[in-house]
Design a protein around this ligand. Structure first.
Ligand code: GRG
Length: 291
């Protein structure tokens, strides 16, 4: 991992670890929350928030509440996704899936309490920075819509109920642009808006994140087939019942598609200058990822 990712990941991890020790939750929820907040993720969404804000000239330390919030929302989605009624996963981030250790009831309650807390953190970050061009309502709406019934939740619902559906690009794009892409777009938008970015530059960053999110999901589909559970820290071969880009285009076709999406994401921010270099590094990281 290069220095940029290591330092930004560290910033987010420190924040989450400190939050894990002071949730103030009642006893049954303390350990599930601590386990969820301390579990090691790559922090791609949080780093995207920081990098988008940095592209607009903001110091990463000033965006850490929002970056942590985006990671917390992502963690919530993983806990729910792993439940027996959804993906029925056993392993997550190198440890047993949350429900396997604490039961479904506490896993669900931990997930929804994390989601709830995340919105408060974004509001707190907005109050501290008070970006002139972007009222709180607009920033929060980006995240609410990205999670909601036309966002991550919509993608998951169609994915879970797509068995037997026609395998076509339109359906796949619908599922993955929502399941994965929507949170990428919101993560980037929140960082950029809190940094008081112009509307034109925000548009470019959102196109960047949309394409990168889809590329990330395609590499995820590829790793589900070619990857190794120990290195990935999660179950592999889970996508057999699902519509995936690998099923549609084969491994090589999926790789090519992901390359094209990364290239398109880079083109969309070509005129943002050197401040957007961290976003460019993130795109290269997605292109080359093995976990
Ligand atoms: C209420 C937020 C919310 C969601 C409910 C369960 C659900 C609806 C959606 C599932 C969305 C999901 C889990 C999509 C998969 C996205 C994906 C590629 C996950 C892997 O992300 P990584 O590799 O994981 O960034 P780490 O562990 O590194 O963070």
């Amino acid at each position: 991992m290069n220095d940029y990712f290591a330092s930004r990941r560290h910033l987010i991890d420190d924040y989450l670890h400190s939050l894990a020790e002071r949730t103030g939750a009642p006893k049954p929820l303390v350990e599930p929350l601590r386990r969820s907040l301390n579990a090691s993720g790559k922090r791609v969404r949080g780093i995207l928030t920081l990098a988008a804000g940095e592209a607009a000239g903001c110091k990463p330390e000033k965006l850490v509440d929002a970056a942590a919030a985006m990671e917390i929302i992502h963690t919530c989605s993983l806990i729910l996704d792993d439940l027996p009624s959804m993906d029925d996963a056993t392993l997550r981030r190198g440890a047993p899936a949350l429900h396997r250790e604490f039961g479904e009831d506490l896993a669900i309650l931990a997930a929804v309490s994390l989601l709830n807390h995340a919105y408060g953190l974004i509001a707190k970050n907005h109050a501290a920075l008070n970006p002139r061009q972007w009222p709180l309502q607009q920033v929060i709406k980006r995240v609410v819509d990205a999670v909601g019934w036309d966002g991550t939740i919509a993608g998951q619902a169609v994915d879970l109920h797509s068995e037997g559906s026609r395998l076509d690009f339109g359906t796949l794009e619908f599922i993955h642009s929502r399941k994965t892409g929507a949170l990428f777009v919101a993560a980037a938008a929140v960082g950029a808006m809190l940094a008081n970015i112009s509307a034109a530059a925000l548009g470019r960053i959102e196109v960047f994140a949309k394409n990168l999110g889809l590329a990330f999901q395609i590499t995820d589909d590829i790793l589900d087939v070619t990857g190794d559970a120990e290195q990935l820290g999660k179950d592999v071969g889970k996508d057999e019942q699902r519509l995936t880009f690998v099923k549609l285009a084969g491994i090589e076709g999926a790789r090519k598609l992901s390359e094209e999406l990364v290239d398109t994401s880079l083109t969309s921010i070509a005129n943002l200058g050197a401040a957007a270099d961290p976003l460019r590094e993130l795109a290269e990281m997605v292109r080359n990822r093995v976990r």
